[in-house]
Design a protein around this ligand. Structure first.
Ligand code: URA
Length: 438
């Protein structure tokens, strides 16, 4: 601090903020507000913010720092306000998993229960797919929706939801920082993930939020303790901001459902909405829907009934059509397929989520850099899940791609993905919901 003519001026510079965090000191409120604001304005350079992210990765943040950091990210842009809607707002966020298409059946299901669901989603990067990439495989569907149209869709009792890209003016600091973290090995930091997710969700203006925090091989958080710490940090940030927030810890050792890839996952989601689909996808969709409905304050409605009676499907069709999509149009398919078969007979004991995610990504379902196109039809179908009996030579995985040269790299990613035990007995799937934090 310096004093000029009686006025106290705080003089900040990025190097001293980075140095303080590098050396394990707690950042002041002023340092945090300044560095996020200056970064958003382009005054703090990308390499400086990357160094600060790495210092945070190693040193962590105190609760006070995290609250301030999240508020500063929020203040970097605009906030949406849906308080005037005639129905309660509630949203969901997943920390990302392989085959995690839950948002697709979940959003119309919760809308069918009477809530308004403003789902601002992202595109995928790396081995986990993005909801917008999945939805964009539906012919005609568009992710850009104006704030006025969003409010109309949310208020419309036939739709009650919107799935769209966040506008550029919503938490611009997070947009810039996430792009840097992605290429500097600083994504898996609990305070950076918590502030990134919660600043976006608070800015989106939802009154209640349910978090699906993934644990396991295919997730950011490989163990339950770190997932619980992340969940708790986010639940506290939500509560501080007046957003009723609940988190479920859910298993991500093996992919969800039987598909990983954009159009393949849309088809599976439609099966769930039609009353079928894989049992794990149905179980998690209903579990999250019950949490969302309760968080929205809606009583006496069971989402399982709204799935069974077709009203969730009606909301899906209205939602797709409202964003230019044709819910009846055939989904795109990949030009080439290859089948991988079981090497042995026995019980499938492992189907590794990370390996399947990386293979689907290499087949063209995901992108390596922001802005790259993805293949709508690319991905993997899984014909058996852990616990299932398998016979030598039976199809285990079907790989889909438009670029057959990708098969070799995808197969390399899958080299150790599968284990078959000749002596193990077939088993029920392990529980998906591991814990609940409120
Ligand atoms: N998703 C986000 O939005 N931010 C993160 O930091 C990680 C996952």
């Amino acid at each position: 601090m310096v004093r000029i003519g009686g006025t106290r001026l705080h003089v900040m510079d990025a190097v001293s903020v980075i140095g303080a965090k590098r050396d394990g000191r707690e950042l002041t409120d002023d340092q945090i507000s300044w560095v996020i604001d200056a970064f958003t304005r382009g005054e703090v350079a990308d390499e400086q913010m990357s160094a600060l992210a790495m210092a945070i990765y190693f040193q962590g943040m105190t609760r006070r720092e995290l609250v301030r950091w999240t508020a500063a990210m929020l203040d970097s842009g605009k906030r949406m306000d849906f308080a005037a809607l005639p129905r309660p707002t509630v949203d969901k966020h997943s920390t990302g998993g392989v085959g995690d298409k839950i948002t697709l059946p979940l959003v119309p299901l919760v809308a069918a229960c009477g809530a308004a669901v403003p789902q601002l989603s992202g595109r995928g990067l790396g081995h986990t797919g993005g909801t917008l990439d999945k939805m964009e495989s539906i012919p005609g569907w568009r992710a850009d929706v104006s704030p006025t149209r969003m409010a109309e869709m949310l208020a419309d009792p036939r739709i009650g939801a919107v799935v769209c890209a966040a506008g550029a003016d919503l938490t611009p600091a997070d947009r810039r920082l996430y792009a840097l973290r992605d290429v500097t090995g600083t994504v898996p930091s609990i305070p950076l993930i918590a502030s990134s997710i919660m600043s976006k969700k608070i800015a989106e203006g939802t009154a209640a939020l349910v978090l699906d925090v993934k644990v396991g091989a295919g997730a950011f958080m490989p163990d339950a303790d770190s997932a619980r710490e992340l969940a708790l940090a986010m639940v506290e940030l939500g509560a501080d901001a007046g957003v009723r927030t609940v988190a479920l810890l859910t298993a991500m050792d093996t992919p969800l459902g039987r598909t990983a890839g954009n159009a393949l996952e849309v088809a599976e989601s439609v099966e769930v909405l039609a009353g079928g689909g894989p049992s794990d996808v149905v179980e998690l969709t209903v579990a999250l829907a019950r949490e969302m409905v309760a968080a929205a304050g809606i009583r006496d409605v069971d989402p399982a009934d709204k799935l069974a009676d077709g009203s969730a499907m009606d909301h899906w069709r209205a939602l797709v059509a409202a964003q230019g999509g044709d819910p009846d149009a055939p989904l795109p398919t990949a030009r080439h397929t290859a089948v991988l078969t079981a090497a042995d007979s026995g019980t499938l004991t492992r189907l590794d989520a990370l390996a399947v995610g990386v293979a689907a990504w290499r087949l063209g379902a995901g992108r390596a850099r922001q802005g790259e196109p993805v293949q709508a039809g690319a991905g993997i179908e899984m014909h058996a899940k852990p616990g299932d009996p398998v016979t030598a030579g039976q199809p285990l995985l079907t790989l889909h791609t438009d670029t057959p040269e990708a098969f070799a790299r995808a197969e390399a990613a899958l080299a150790d993905a599968v284990a078959i035990d000749r002596t193990a007995a077939p088993a029920q799937a392990s529980p998906l919901v591991l814990d609940r934090i409120e």
